[in-house]
Design a protein around this ligand. Structure first.
Ligand SMILES: Nc1ncnc2c1ncn2[C@@H]1O[C@H](COP(=O)(O)OP(=O)(O)O)[C@@H](O)[C@H]1O
Ligand SMILES: [Mg+2]
Length: 247
């Protein structure tokens, strides 16, 4: 479903991704690990089209999208859960989800309040809210809900566009330990045929949701394998001394 081949990118002398290759099957949950600055977010920026790679290619569903714009990739079904500054604070959770859903259902957002009342948008909002456990919060304003709920909404907005491939960059960053369980529940219930790539620093969560793991270090893939193989890798034990122990 997602095929990355020899992706390289540098900023000046800094090689942020070096020959990164990765093949993620339909429905697979791939977790990306790696220390701060390893190039994980920069890899996502290239996947979504915000940065062009220097070399290498990206295929989605056998289609070479390497030269496509961000919008064209998004339309083709590549979605990234955005950081919370893209949420509309003054609108309700339902309205935020509705705007994302109306893009997919091709309802005009010029008259967005009208588009939100269309039956197919409303159905998609309800379905998405249930998927990300936000049903009871639908009528609350974003500015009135807790940080963890806003982060759930980011995932909801990405899902409301009905993607084939969902990229999540540290969905749990900044949330308290009490919310990790909520994200675990949410990640486990994503649609089975959705292909998911998650950058996740919470090792317990990462090991529990992953079908497979890719570890980046200094922009390079230094490991790819199952969570069990990762636990047994002496190389990873050395790079992340201690951090795998509670996984
Ligand atoms: N636009 C940019 N210009 C220059 N350097 C960048 C840019 N974006 C990221 N970097 C650098 O690339 C490296 C990888 O960053 P990043 O992909 O954010 O790492 P990670 O997400 O793994 O923590 C870092 O050293 C960062 O400073
Ligand atoms: Mg990052």
């Amino acid at each position: 479903m997602l095929e990355v081949t020899n992706l390289s990118k540098h900023f000046g002398a800094l090689h942020v991704t070096r020959d990164v290759s990765m093949s993620v099957a339909k429905g697979e949950r791939r977790v990306i690990l790696g220390p701060n600055g390893a190039g994980k977010t920069t890899l996502f920026n290239q996947l979504v089209g915000e940065f062009m790679p220097d070399s290498g290619s990206i295929k989605i569903n056998n289609e070479d999208v390497t030269s496509w714009s961000v919008a064209k990739r998004a339309n083709f079904g590549l979605s990234r859960s955005y950081q919370q500054n893209t949420l509309f604070d003054g609108l309700t959770i339902a309205e935020n989800l509705g705007l994302a859903a109306s893009v997919k259902t091709k309802k005009s957002t010029a008259l967005w309040r009208d588009s939100l009342t269309s039956p197919d948008v409303r159905a998609l909002v309800r379905e998405t809210a249930a998927q990300v456990d936000l049903t009871e919060h639908l009528n609350k304003r974003v500015s009135d809900v807790a940080y963890g709920i806003r982060r759930q909404l980011e995932v909801g907005i990405a899902l409301a566009t009905q993607p084939r491939v969902l990229l999540m960059d540290e969905p749990t960053s900044g949330v308290g330990p009490e919310m990790i369980g909520a994200f675990h529940h949410l990640l486990k219930r994503l649609p089975e045929d959705l292909t998911v790539v998650i950058i996740e620093h919470d090792m317990g969560l990462a090991f529990d949701v992953a079908d497979s793991m890719t570890v980046l270090n200094y922009g390079e893939v230094v490991f790819e394998g199952t969570p069990d193989e990762a636990r047994e890798s002496t190389l990873l034990q050395e790079i992340y001394l201690g951090t795998f122990e509670d996984a």
